[in-house]
Design a protein around this ligand. Structure first.
Ligand SMILES: NC(=O)c1ccc[n+]([C@@H]2O[C@H](COP(=O)([O-])OP(=O)(O)OC[C@H]3O[C@@H](n4cnc5c(N)ncnc54)[C@H](OP(=O)(O)O)[C@@H]3O)[C@@H](O)[C@H]2O)c1
Length: 329
């Protein structure tokens, strides 16, 4: 399973499908083939592994398939993996995470009905790999990361509205790498009108091969701003975070970053629609200017929103704190 997880990481983190890896083992434990999913519309990991084994001239009768995710049991852009495994003669299937998808789940039961033992062996690496995707499928909405850069005193911008640059180069580089792994970046019209961000993913200073959908939320006119350059950006004229997420889900976005400003962040947090926080904190003080979030309707300490699985990382002079906010992610 460690190997299946390692090769799964070669696949894209963005897109409607999760990263999946599969290793086919012979009865003596020899690796007969391996494959990973390269993104929606391409072969699933199991099918890629079967093709790899066949290319090597191996007979898969009685082999064991070790897959990071429960094999799918439905026809989407490709056929069911359950059929492919059965037709190839695979004898046993072991998987690291159960598929929660409405349409794609039930693969293990379907395999067992065909006389192919299939069992879940929970694997932390496989869970990390699919965590955001599994959460989005369970919720039926995109997984939401709220990202911001702030000063030590929690300011997102100075009194005059300027926010370039609160954090240093390392922190900004990190944020570009995260952008390259998600399906969409959403900001409010306030950020577009004040900061005029391009909202593109430019890790290492160059545009990433995958560019997330750029989304502007609000009703004000933002024509002529950089976000519209090159086409393809999306305007959502709503103040309701649930409507924003519905629209993005319909466009097959599974992971979205909300990058501010404070109005948007407050609305998403208030609605309980933030799964993960990325707070880049600079060792600077401003004393005035907008704070990251406004009133969340929390009146007492007991009701404060508390992050779990908190990590911190030094990025130059700045610190990135990540935390999970919702249950079951
Ligand atoms: N440090 C950082 O990480 C960071 C990141 C982004 C922005 N900023 C700073 O944030 C400041 C801009 O703040 P902002 O709050 O105006 O930005 P914002 O949240 O990006 O935009 C606010 C606008 O979003 C729309 N909106 C979306 N959902 C809403 C809701 N639930 N309720 C009300 N309005 C909603 C409204 O647009 P309409 O009025 O058009 O309907 C509202 O005026 C700037 O100074 C910028 O530099 C800092």
């Amino acid at each position: 399973m460690d190997r299946a997880v390692a090769i799964a990481h070669r696949g894209p983190a963005h897109g409607p499908n999760p990263r999946v890896g599969c290793v086919l083992l012979g009865p003596d434990g020899t690796v007969l083939g391996e494959g990973w999913h390269r993104g929606a519309g391409t072969a699933h990991a199991e099918v890629a592994a079967i093709a790899d084994a066949r290319a090597g001239g191996f007979d898969l009768t009685g082999s064991t398939a070790v897959v990071t995710l429960e094999p799918c049991n439905h026809t989407g852009r490709t056929g069911p993996c359950v059929d492919a495994l059965a037709q190839a003669g695979v004898g046993t299937v072991v998987f690291g995470v159960t598929d929660p998808g409405d349409a794609s789940s039930g693969g293990a039961a379907a395999l067992i009905r065909r006389g192919i033992p299939a069992r879940l062996e929970p694997h932390p690496g496989a869970q990390v790999l699919t965590r955001r995707w599994v959460a989005s499928m369970r919720r039926g909405r995109p997984y939401v990361i709220a990202k911001w850069a702030s000063t030590l005193d929690g300011r997102m911008a100075a009194a005059d509205g300027t926010s370039f640059w609160i954090t240093g180069e390392e922190a900004r580089e990190h944020a570009h790498r995260v952008r390259a792994e998600v399906d969409a970046i959403a900001v409010g019209t306030g950020t577009v009108l004040t900061d005029d961000p391009a909202l593109t993913a430019r890790p290492g200073g160059s545009p990433a091969a995958h560019q997330p959908l750029r989304v502007v939320v609000g009703t004000r006119d933002t024509a002529g701003r950089r976000v519209w350059e090159g086409g393809g950006a999306l305007a959502i004229a709503s103040h309701d975070p649930a409507v924003v997420l519905e629209e993005l889900w319909a466009r097959e976005a599974r992971t979205v970053i909300v990058e501010g400003g404070p109005t948007m962040l407050t609305a998403f947090l208030r609605a309980g629609l933030v799964d993960e926080v990325h707070a880049y904190i600079a060792p600077a003080l401003l004393g005035a200017g907008p704070t990251v979030v406004d009133d969340l309707g929390i009146g007492t300490m007991r009701d404060s929103l508390r992050g779990q699985a908190v990590t911190s990382e030094r990025l130059g002079a700045d610190t990135l704190i990540t935390a999970l906010l919702t249950e079951g992610v």
